[in-house]
Ligand binder design. Structure first.
Ligand SMILES: [Zn+2]
Length: 333
């Protein structure tokens, strides 16, 4: 039966499954499974600790996050973590989770119906060559439908590979630190609740220092898998222990639809920390739209902000490559 009142791009045809749809008005007896692609607020909208409409299927990392993040705290018996790359059967439908190369815990859902129909729900994703080697995704080449993350579905949205952006932040910060003579610089990295962790790890390694983050952020970090990394070596809860601070999204300025810096707030924070100069970093895909300077810097007084084209969504060219690879009968977004 069709799921009424729910946008079609959240419903898997021929099933009672809803992906990233938790609004109260969506709930009803026809919904046979709620799937969450990843723990970003625009995807879990509608979830809160009072959630009681049914079991939520997601990856193991996402399951930990939605049980422990302050604003969610979903009851344990309503969270069903599923393993990666392992087909499982839910309500007669084979479901497989594969990496979305987005934030930690983010997955794409592969649904194979009893009648053979196949659907891919990508959630948010950043295409990477390695995805084409995934045997489960290969089974879904020629699928009946693909629900695609089209955040950057315009040709103007081009940005470099993530490695290049991470390298740029770490090497620039390392150079700036080596220049400090009779000068105290404070480095501030602005991020969402989760995502961009690769930037933190590389900065800690190259600059040989820890990164300060709030207790709230640390709780989130504890939910994430970081193989080979001891989180105590990377993070500290003492802001005086390190010149590199992680701050919440919006701290350095609004990023959308174009970046508007908040130099006043930066300056005040720098003064509190006893810094002579404050250098901010905003990693986001939104900063780069075919501008000639790929790594722009905005300056005012003792403050400067580096806009870094680090995206966890596919660029326009990457989307094209992915669709060409999957050759679906239908692409929805
Ligand atoms: Zn996301």
């Amino acid at each position: 039966m069709a799921l009424e009142n729910i946008p079609a791009y959240k419903c898997i045809p021929g099933t009672g499954f809803v992906v990233d749809g938790f609004r109260e008005s969506y709930a009803g007896p026809n919904v046979k499974g709620y799937f969450l692609s990843h723990a970003h607020a625009d995807h879990y909208a509608g979830l809160s600790e009072t959630w009681d409409n049914g079991v939520i299927y997601c990856s193991e990392q996402t399951a930990r996050l939605i049980q422990h993040m302050d604003q969610l705290r979903i009851k344990k018996d309503l969270v069903r973590p599923l393993p990666m790359d392992t087909p499982v059967t839910i309500d007669g439908v084979e479901v497989t989770l594969v990496d979305a190369n987005h934030c930690p815990g983010a997955v794409q859902f592969l649904f194979q119906l009893p009648d053979g129909r196949k659907y891919i729900h990508c959630g948010d994703m950043r295409f990477g060559e390695h995805l084409m080697g995934n045997e489960h995704l290969q089974r879904f080449v020629g699928a009946d439908g693909v629900f695609l993350d089209t955040t950057y579905c315009k040709a103007k949205h081009q940005f470099p590979p993530q490695d290049e952006a991470v390298e740029h932040v770490a090497s620039t910060m390392e150079r700036l630190m080596s220049e400090e003579v009779n000068l105290r610089r404070l480095y501030i990295i602005q991020t969402y609740g989760i995502g961009k962790e690769r930037v933190f790890i590389e900065v800690a390694r190259r600059c040989k220092c820890k990164l300060y983050c709030s207790d709230r952020k640390r709780t989130v970090m504890e939910c994430l898998d970081m193989p080979g990394i001891n989180k105590d070596d990377i993070f500290t809860s003492n802001p005086r222990e390190t010149p590199v601070h992680i701050v919440v999204w919006g701290f350095l300025g609004e990023a959308f639809p174009f970046f508007k810096p908040n130099f006043t707030k930066m300056e005040e924070y720098g003064k509190d920390m006893g810094a002579d100069e404050v250098i901010g970093w905003v990693p986001t895909g939104w900063t780069y739209e075919n501008k000639r300077n790929m790594f722009p810097v905005k300056k005012k007084g003792h403050c400067s902000i580096h806009l870094v084209p680090y995206s966890e969504h596919s660029s326009y060219n990457e989307l094209q490559t992915y669709v060409k690879f999957l050759r679906p009968h239908e692409a929805r977004s």
